[in-house]
Design a protein around this ligand. Structure first.
Ligand code: MN3
Length: 194
């Protein structure tokens, strides 16, 4: 069984970019619900209980479960893992990652070009989902968005950075102003601080 991870920082640590109330509801309600519903499916298949959440998503197409349960694993397992990654990405204790910064410059030309691509991808994503920076199977950095709680792990990609584009992630403070939420979010990504 999987448990909701404790945040390594307080709900108000990301103020004013992400307000404490949004963090509290997002972590203690939304993420908890994904965790509970993920566990409910796993409880039906003892062999899944021996796998990591990441391995379940990596092998989503091949694991032997009912199709309805495969969909539930995709949605709730994805929700469980995606939020685990998200809380780490915006951890205010993160330190600048020179190696990642260099790789970003090599791949996208400059940090500014990467940032514009990622922001445009996030702002233009239609409906609920996530924007991602990943490493593909060849180790190359890629930016894209995925709908709902779909995980790059299911595509064989390694997640590096992600931004939650569901309205529950920003609506209390930003309402319909997703672009402002995306713009402000960059200040929380300490590993890319220049
Ligand atoms: Mn969310």
């Amino acid at each position: 069984m999987f448990t909701l991870p404790k945040l390594p920082y307080s709900y108000d640590a990301l103020e004013p970019v992400i307000d404490a109330r949004t963090m509290e509801v997002h972590h203690s309600k939304h993420h908890q619900t994904y965790t509970d519903k993920f566990n409910a499916v796993i409880a039906k298949y003892p062999e899944l209980g021996k796998m990591s959440a990441e391995d379940i998503l990596k092998n989503l197409a091949d694991i032997k479960v009912d199709e309805a349960d495969r969909k539930a694993l995709r949605n709730h397992g994805g929700g469980y893992v995606n939020h685990n990654i998200f809380w780490q990405v915006i951890n205010p204790n993160n330190q600048p990652d020179q190696k990642l910064q260099e790789q970003i410059k090599e791949t996208f030309g400059s940090f500014a070009e990467f940032r514009k691509l990622f922001s445009d991808t996030a702002v233009n994503h239609f409906g609920s989902g996530w924007a991602w920076l990943v490493r593909d199977k060849n180790g190359k950095l890629k930016v894209y968005s995925l709908p709902n709680q779909d995980s790059p792990l299911s595509l064989g990609h390694e997640p590096i950075l992600t931004l939650d584009l569901w309205e529950h992630a920003y609506y209390l403070k930003y309402q319909n102003r997703r672009a402002e939420y995306v713009e402000n979010w960059w200040t929380l990504v300490k590993q890319l601080a220049q």
